[in-house]
Ligand binder design. Sequence first.
Ligand code: BDR
Ligand code: CA
Length: 327
Amino acid sequence: MRTKVIFDTDPGVDDSAALLFLNATPHVDLVGITTMFGNSDIDTVTRNALYLKHRFSIAAPVARGAGKSLAGAASLPPVHIHGQNGLGDIALKHTGLPELDPRPAHQFIIDEVRARPNEIILLAVGRLTNLALALSEAPDIAPLVKEVVIMGGAFGVAGCNGNVTPVAEANIIGDPEAADIVFGAPWPVTAIGLDVTRQVIMGPVELERLERGGGEPGRFIVETSRGYRVFHAQFGIDGYYVHDSTAAAYIVDRTLFGVRRGPVRVVTEGIAIGQTIQRDWRTPYPPGEWDTAPDQQVATAVDARRVLELLVGTHIPMLATSERKTA
Ligand code: BDR
Ligand code: CA
């Protein structure tokens, strides 16, 4: 059976690749796309979601979400990573775009979860503001959500820490209060953080395969990621970290990942704002702030080669199969 997914996103170069994967995989039934500020402002990321829906004939409706964090902050868009238009500054045609769903994103989430209890996975690959707003408006939805999967955080696995500050990852520091609420709610959360996404690198070989055999989605991924590759090159990476698509891959094949369980808290003020910390139950700490939070899952290991094969092969299934056979 196909997994029902609401994709909460800020497209975004890697967000758009994840959306094309979700649209192409036979394992996912995309129920909706909800947007929030992050990789660009809310107008731009919402327009990008509509553009993607139109260009790639994605059936799922798009609902516009939060333009600022719970604390009222709207950070400056990282144009040096995602471009001025959020999609690597490729030329975009904005005529004939479809209509938005009339509901705000958090209301869309509430309605869809209530309509399909225990069926929907919320896949959130940006700030967690929409999810926190949905919880605050309708706390009853928490036990009705099948699972929450996020791309976010960094948990110190093998020394992996932040990408915005030495301890904070972008999606979490963009709205740390929202993230702490989401990790603390009575629904099952799995965090796919930098610990694993930085191990999955889309390199020249994969990009060439996408360009050659991945049709329009493959060419779009290659075209939009040119500037993204330049950004990564300054760290000596030939290719780019696959953040959001790696979280999408988790929904399709859990055997690609290793996880550990324990309550997660998010630092919401001070020098370590945005840090995600999971309590390790093996160590008998005195009573503390983690004790009342529910156990959640954090990804600690990934089979990067198989994730890349899944992401690339989904766009070129015949090619991927024959290459596997002759390998
Ligand atoms: C996250 O931040 C954004 O730039 C990406 O889209 C990804 O969701 C990585 O830290
Ligand atoms: Ca994102």
